[in-house]
Design a binder for this molecule. Structure first.
Ligand code: BEZ
Length: 212
């Protein structure tokens, strides 16, 4: 199944390191990050999961629940989590799905047969409170993801939803944002952007980040 931005994230039930997970129920009415790993006891995945655990506060601040996936079984996950905690100096504080039957991997198209027939690539999905897929990234197995970038995209998506702004290339939290082109009414602009805005061109209008 090919998933695209704006699609509803498919629901599923699967075992995990913390017991059976019903995905939509797990997400509740908040945001979610679902990300896959090629296999347990692999070096890159170990660092990624350690990093994610250390970013717990950052995900919580944004109302995001995190859930990982690997195609090994629950017992293997439990042993691996012990290793991650020891080697990465942290405590894994989110579930890891045990997708031995590849149910979720197939549902989310995480196996790319020309890369590997058996294990998942590094897929990552950001899902919004309406269960819509808002970000899809796919990294090769040999490249660990940049979790600062994932938080940056979540910040951008939440700004768009809450303030009718978009974020420029290489934008970082605290920098100016752009007003979405569909907003044209001067009275609305004044009300939404009390700090004012600069029109570099009629279609390129910059305003200070509204929630700062
Ligand atoms: C891994 O740690 O998952 C990995 C490392 C090297 C190549 C492919 C995967």
């Amino acid at each position: 199944m090919t998933l695209r931005l704006g699609d509803i994230a498919p629901d599923f039930e699967q075992d995990s390191s913390v017991g059976k997970i019903k995905f939509h129920e797990f997400l509740g009415d908040g945001w979610g990050v679902l990300f896959s790993h090629p296999a347990d006891y692999t070096p890159v995945c170990t660092t990624e999961l350690g990093l994610t655990a250390k970013l717990k506060g950052e995900f919580e601040k944004r109302g995001v629940k995190v859930i990982a996936l690997s195609v090994d079984d629950v017992e293997s996950h439990k042993g691996w989590i012990k290793d991650i905690n020891e080697t990465q100096n942290t405590t894994v504080n989110f579930p890891i799905l045990a997708d031995g039957d590849r149910k979720v991997s197939q549902l989310y198209d995480m196996i790319h047969p020309n890369a590997s027939e058996t294990v998942t690539v590094r897929s990552l999905f950001v899902i919004d409170p309406k269960k819509k897929v808002r970000l899809i990234i796919t990294y090769p197995a040999s490249t660990g993801r940049n979790f600062d970038e994932i938080l940056r995209v979540i910040d951008s998506l939440q700004l768009t939803d809450n303030y009718s702004v978009a974020t420029p290339g290489n934008w970082k939290d605290g920098e100016d944002v752009v007003i979405v082109p569909s907003l044209k009414d001067e009275a609305v602009l004044k009300e939404k952007f009390p700090k004012g805005y600069k029109a570099v061109r009629p279609y390129l209008r910059l305003t200070p980040q509204p929630n700062k």
